[in-house]
Design a binder for this molecule. Structure first.
Ligand code: COA
Length: 324
């Protein structure tokens, strides 16, 4: 049975940084409230010319370089996004064209903040069951475009950015790569985090609407349960994890996970303070940040977990990189 290695990581953040103090005055919010309730200090926001596709392309270029593989060797492209450039075609085909990746499947996945875990699951499953050997998996979001900038309970929480993984099939090194993964949805909770528009509903893009308290409760419970399940499937114990890279939504959710799962806080990558919640981009962005800061190293056991609108959630356990 082949296994799927993660051999390259890349990310991109828009140049424009907005601190809590620089948020629109009419929001009636303040730095102290945001930091205390969320841990967020700033977010990157797209400006003219920066799109979900251009950020995805920039992150992908870095990941390809990092993996040291030729663009032409990519067999499959998946972009996880809730904020595509256009309703169609998929953002993934724009990446395919711009990077001169040859003809092959390229499509988007929409599982909101759990999108990257979904893309990882779908991408690795496709590699295992086809003659494809290399996949480009991207999370890219311009979430600022679907925020109601008069709603302080949602607009302060999100940011923009992109991140990418290169997946490579291997028939050796079975103890490396994706060791286990799971993903779930429960549509009964679709109304606690959603947009109030869409092409079929009212021909609008819609804005984010959220019952923050309810989402918070589900987040802690579901992020814990899927992670425990993934650890069990990988036949590993919590103590075996070198780092947890959770979806970056709220520092209080991260702290609650640390407590509930008994994972020391210094083993949890936290970039929510500087990136805010970048939805499907948050895990690869945080992962790349941890690589740049020399926290995550080749061969580390890393847990990933995410939850988002749907509700949709899931987890993966990986041994990062490949043998030297
Ligand atoms: N600035 C100042 N005050 C704010 C505010 C802001 N940005 N947003 C809300 N408030 C106010 C509320 O109006 C409320 O005021 P009131 O007591 O006068 O009615 C008060 O703060 C408390 O609001 P509440 O919603 O109870 O706060 P909370 O402690 O639940 O924190 C969230 C709100 C959104 C930060 C929190 O619920 C959360 O993080 N939930 C999870 C959200 C999430 O991660 N979503 C994405 C998942 S992918």
């Amino acid at each position: 049975m082949s296994n799927i290695l993660i051999t390259g990581v890349g990310s991109y953040l828009p140049k424009k940084v907005i601190s809590n103090n620089e948020l629109p005055v009419n929001l009636d919010t303040n730095d102290e409230w945001i930091k205390k309730r969320t841990g967020i200090r700033q977010r990157h926001l797209v400006t003219e010319g920066e799109l979900t596709s251009t950020m995805a392309i920039a992150a992908a270029k870095k990941a390809l370089q990092n993996a040291n593989i030729d663009n032409k060797d990519i067999d499959l492209i998946i972009v996880a996004t809730t904020t595509p450039d256009k309703t169609f075609p998929a953002t993934a085909v724009m990446v395919q064209s711009e990077l001169n990746i040859g003809i092959g499947p390229a499509f988007d996945i929409q599982a909101v903040c759990a999108g990257f875990i979904y893309a990882l699951n779908v991408g690795s499953s496709l590699l295992k069951t086809s003659n494809f050997s290399k996949a480009l998996i991207i999370g890219s979001e311009s979430f600022s475009k679907i925020l109601d900038w008069s709603d302080r309970s949602t607009s302060v929480l999100f940011g923009d950015g992109a991140g990418a993984f290169i997946l490579e099939k291997s028939n050796e090194n079975s103890e490396w790569g994706i060791l286990s993964s799971n993903f779930y949805s429960n549509g009964n909770f679709s109304d606690i985090l959603h947009t109030d528009g869409g092409p079929s509903l009212n021909s609008q893009v819609g804005k984010v609407r959220m019952n923050g308290k309810e989402v918070f409760k589900h987040a802690v419970e579901k992020l814990s349960s899927c992670l425990i399940e993934a650890m069990y499937s990988a036949n590993l114990k919590i103590q075996d994890i070198d780092f947890l890279v959770p979806h970056q939504a709220n520092l209080r959710i991260i702290e609650a996970l640390s407590k509930k799962l008994d994972i020391p806080i210094n083993k949890i990558i936290n970039t929510v303070d500087v990136h805010a919640n970048t939805s499907a981009a948050s895990i690869p962005l945080a992962f790349d940040n941890a690589l740049e800061n020399r926290k995550i190293k080749n061969g580390d056991i890393i847990a990933l977990n995410a939850i988002g609108g749907g509700l949709s959630w899931g987890a993966s356990i990986i041994k990062y990189g490949k043998p030297d």
